[in-house]
Structures are given as structure tokens and as C-alpha cells.
Design a binder for this molecule. Structure first.
Ligand code: F6P
Length: 350
């Protein structure tokens, strides 16, 4: 092969990589050029734009006045609102105003869904999101994320939230997250595998970096806040004692669910946020955290459960319902369950 042929081949490879942008990928995954497929690709493009703006703000957090620290308000979850939480929530609203894409936005930061009336007669989708997941990490320049979940819009007025919001995770038509780490990554699924994109800052585009991610059936990571040890039930404490006695396990817990799930999606393992005596439903929100991540991890061949029910089957009674979460590699999730469900056989237990 001549040098120029090799050069052409290398250029072609790099060009086809650079042209596999997020919106093009969503369109090809949606199976054609129908109006619904175009809308979904536009919607994903808008989420990506919001993510780029949030990422830009985060990258300058130490230099701008409105990025670090708290606003002084308390949100619907009873937590102090961070300036970045508020900023990121606003970015999402602005991204979807006058887009014609979604009628209802539901966010972890807002007590009620936000309606965009001009979009309602023509919108097809409802978007749920956690604008900044792990916001406690912001002030110390550690990884944070954004989580999103897409549902088909049902009904188009302000009284019909139960139609598309208070439903099980099976109603999701897509879900994903953006990880603001050493690079910014966009990971999504619309029911045809899980795909990861990396932001190329020189192009300002998310470019496909890993396609069809399959979670390993087992991994060495267990990710749980062990500071809560004495608040868990005995089964959970036994699981922790068990992994302490085994070789080959590593504890990894970043304080940002998206970052911990990202590691587990690629390398295997299990993330656990159990219920406690004080909070039997744990901390994580079903609609903005557990259900979208369960959708993704299940698509990648993993499992997600509350401990007694598949996360995807849980129907919330209210918008901000919480749920315990055990999620990750199938063998590792089963191992955790085996400590609360005696019927599962355990190798080398004790
Ligand atoms: O729900 C928000 C969140 O910050 C998650 O991102 C994270 O996994 C978890 O809470 C951390 O909670 P804790 O500080 O109680 O371990």
C-alpha cells in the first residue's frame, strides 16, 4: 500500500469518527427520518446543548460569582439549593422554551412540573431531569452529572401529570446522563443499547466514543456510603462484612451517583444506596435518578432493584418519591440480594 493510500484511509477513519455526532446517532438509532425520529434527535441535541452550557459554567466555577456555594434557599427535598443547581435547572428550561418539543419538564429542583404551554399542542415528549447530580462535589472541583429521562407526552394540560409522570420506568422511551469529569461525556439509550459520546471541545460536539456498552457480569467495585453502616438492616451489614473478608473487592464512592454508575457501567460492580431506619426509602429519587439509571443499566445487561422489586416496575405515588437502589453487574446485584433473600445460593459465604 502506498503512503498516500494509507494517509487517505487514516483521514477517512478520523472523518467518519468526527461525523458520528450525537444527533446523527440518535436519528440512525430511531430507525429512519420520520417526524418522531427527528423530534427525538432534536430533543437529545437540546439536552446536549444544556449539558455543554452547564459544563462550561462548571469549568469556570472558581472564577465566576454564581457557581460555587448555596443560594440560601431550601428545595422540595429539604436540601440547601446550590447556586449551580439553580443555574443548571434554568438552563434546561431555557433550552426547551419555544422548542416545540416538550410540554412538561419535571425536575428534582422544582416542586411541580414546569409547563411550556406553547409546546403542548405539538410536543411529543415529557422530560424529567436532575440538573446537577452530586452537587455537593462542586465546591471541591470533583465530578458531577446530569441525569435525564424521556417519556411519551400524554395529554396536554396542567392537570394531567399522572398520565405520563406517575408511571413505572417501563414508560421511558429513552434515558441517559452527562458526566462532567476529566472529560464531559454523554451516555444514552433509546432502547437499542447504550452508547457513550465524548465532548470534543475543539468542535463543541459530542462524538461517539463507545458503542453498545455491555456491563461486565461481575466487577470488583462496591460503591456505598459506609458511614451509614449502623443505620442499615442486618442483611446489608452482613453483605459489607462479607466483602471485607473477601480479597478482590475495592470500595469506591465519589458522592456523585453518575460518576459511580459510569465506573460500574464500564468496569462492573455494584452501587448501593439502601434504606435506613430513619429513611426506609433511602435517599435517591425514583423518577430523576433510579429509574433512568435502571433503564440504562438494564439496556447494558445489568440489574437494578429496590431490594424487593425491580426498579423498572416501581410506580411512584408522588413526583419526588424516593427508593432504595441496588444497581450494577447482575452477579454483584444478586450477591447483595442473597443477604436479604435466603433462597439465593451463595458461594463461600461466611
Ligand atoms: O442524590 C444525590 C446524591 O448526591 C448522589 O449523587 C450521591 O450518590 C448521593 O446523593 C450521596 O449521598 P450521601 O452523601 O448520603 O452518601
Amino acid at each position: 500500500m502506498t503512503n498516500s493510500t494509507e494517509l487517505n484511509k487514516a483521514q477517512e477513519t478520523s472523518l467518519s469518527r468526527d461525523f458520528t455526532t450525537l444527533t446523527r446517532h440518535v436519528l440512525s438509532q430511531s430507525g429512519g427520518f420520520s417526524p418522531a425520529a427527528y423530534d427525538l434527535s432534536l430533543l437529545m441535541g437540546r439536552i446536549a446543548l444544556a449539558g455543554k452550557m452547564i459544563g462550561r459554567h462548571l469549568s469556570q466555577a472558581g472564577l465566576t460569582a454564581d457557581a460555587l456555594g448555596v443560594t440560601g434557599e431550601i428545595n422540595i427535598q429539604g436540601e440547601a439549593v446550590k447556586k449551580m443547581d439553580q443555574y443548571a435547572n434554568r438552563i434546561f428550561i431555557r433550552a426547551f422554551e419555544q422548542s416545540g418539543l416538550v410540554c412538561r419538564l419535571a425536575s428534582e429542583e422544582m416542586e411541580k412540573p414546569y409547563y411550556i404551554p406553547e409546546n403542548c399542542p405539538i410536543g411529543r415528549y415529557t422530560l424529567l431531569f436532575d440538573p446537577i447530580d452530586g452537587s455537593g462535589n462542586i465546591d471541591t472541583n470533583l465530578a458531577v452529572g446530569t441525569i435525564f429521562s424521556i417519556r411519551q407526552q400524554e395529554g396536554n394540560d396542567e392537570t394531567e401529570e399522572a398520565l405520563d409522570l406517575l408511571q413505572s420506568g417501563h414508560k421511558q422511551v429513552g434515558a441517559g446522563y452527562i458526566l462532567y469529569g476529566s472529560s464531559t461525556m454523554f451516555v444514552y439509550s433509546i432502547g437499542k443499547g447504550v452508547h457513550a459520546f465524548t465532548l470534543d471541545p475543539s468542535l463543541g460536539e459530542f462524538i461517539l466514543s463507545t458503542t453498545n456498552i455491555q456491563i461486565p457480569s461481575h466487577g470488583s467495585t462496591y460503591s456505598i456510603n459506609e458511614g451509614n453502616f449502623w443505620q442499615w438492616d442486618e442483611g446489608m451489614r452482613e453483605y459489607i462484612r462479607y466483602v471485607h473478608k473477601q480479597s478482590g473487592y475495592s470500595a469506591r464512592y465519589s458522592g456523585a451517583l453518575v460518576a459511580d454508575i459510569h465506573r460500574i457501567l464500564f468496569q462492573g460492580g455494584v452501587f448501593i444506596y439502601p434504606g435506613s431506619q430513619e429513611n426506609p426509602d433511602g435517599k435517591l429519587r425514583l423518577l430523576y435518578e433510579s429509574a433512568p439509571l435502571a433503564y440504562l443499566v438494564t439496556q447494558a445487561g445489568g440489574k437494578a432493584t429496590t431490594g424487593s422489586q425491580d426498579i423498572m416496575d416501581v410506580v411512584p405515588k408522588k413526583l419526588h418519591a424516593r427508593t432504595p437502589l441496588i444497581i450494577g453487574s447482575p452477579e454483584d446485584v444478586d450477591l447483595v440480594l442473597s443477604f436479604s433473600q435466603t433462597e439465593v445460593e451463595l458461594p463461600n459465604k461466611g
